[in-house]
Design a protein around this ligand. Sequence first.
Ligand code: NDP
Length: 267
Amino acid sequence: MGNRLSGKVVVVTGGNRGIGRAIAERLADEEAMVVVGDLFDERSPPVSVERLAFMCLDVTKETSVRAFVDEVLQKFGRIDVLVNNAGIIVHKSIDEQTVEDWDRLMAVNLRGPFLMAKYVAPEMRRVGLGTIVNIGSVEGFMVNPWHTAYAATKAGVHGLTLGLSVDLGPDGIRCNTVCPGWIETDLNRSYVELHPDRSLVERELAQLHPVGRIGSPKEIANAVLWLASDESSFVSGEMIAVDGARTKKISLPSILDGDYRAKLTKP
Ligand code: NDP
């Protein structure tokens, strides 16, 4: 498609599916060499194709992160862009939530980006240039019911972004966060499926967005591409919502919001 990342080596965590896969493919389209790190568990990673390599990584484990970073450096020589995308969610009230749920969410969503940054930053510092893009969430600013722990991890990612941008800025390393709104992936499909009338949920979801629809993984990937490229060279420490203005509209009782919602319903 283009050559905006020509010569760059990019790491995308959790890039085997969903938003991470869209990011990996979009950045590879711009001539980056993209290394996807994902769990793969007992499965062997998919065979690498041109510009897209797959390696085992568990972002929660320091030994795994260190081994992964070493292997990327050994095979590709450098890391210019780190995309911290791997994430999980739990829908439970605070009473139902267990300490294990809390610790697991924190480990994947917050310790993961910290560990990745910790081990990638020295390499970026050596070169004197680098970009970290975290995937946060609009739930770092606002929250859905039963997402207390998830929202806490995402607010943590936003805080991590501020800290990394300040600490690593003098080394030529930028750090920003893309905060997706509702994006069509497996992660929130399970949420939609809690209700038997899926099409009703989808229609109502669309109406919550001033643009009249939910987002696609590609639309997150395009924002990540901009932050990963030199086109955003003076942007650091930012949380950028990509959410079709959902978080910009103040909610109204549906009885007063009817005309506006009707306008958003596609025939
Ligand atoms: P998916 O569940 O579709 O994909 C998540 C990926 O992360 C999977 O490939 C998963 O692997 C991988 N992963 C999970 N745990 C680990 C781990 N310990 N180490 C390495 N990889 C891991 O999620 P999405 O694509 O929807 O979400 C991607 C990011 O976007 C997350 O951070 C999420 O919080 C954020 N986000 C998503 C939104 C949405 O609407 N979808 C909205 C806001 C933010 P496996 O397949 O083995 O489970």
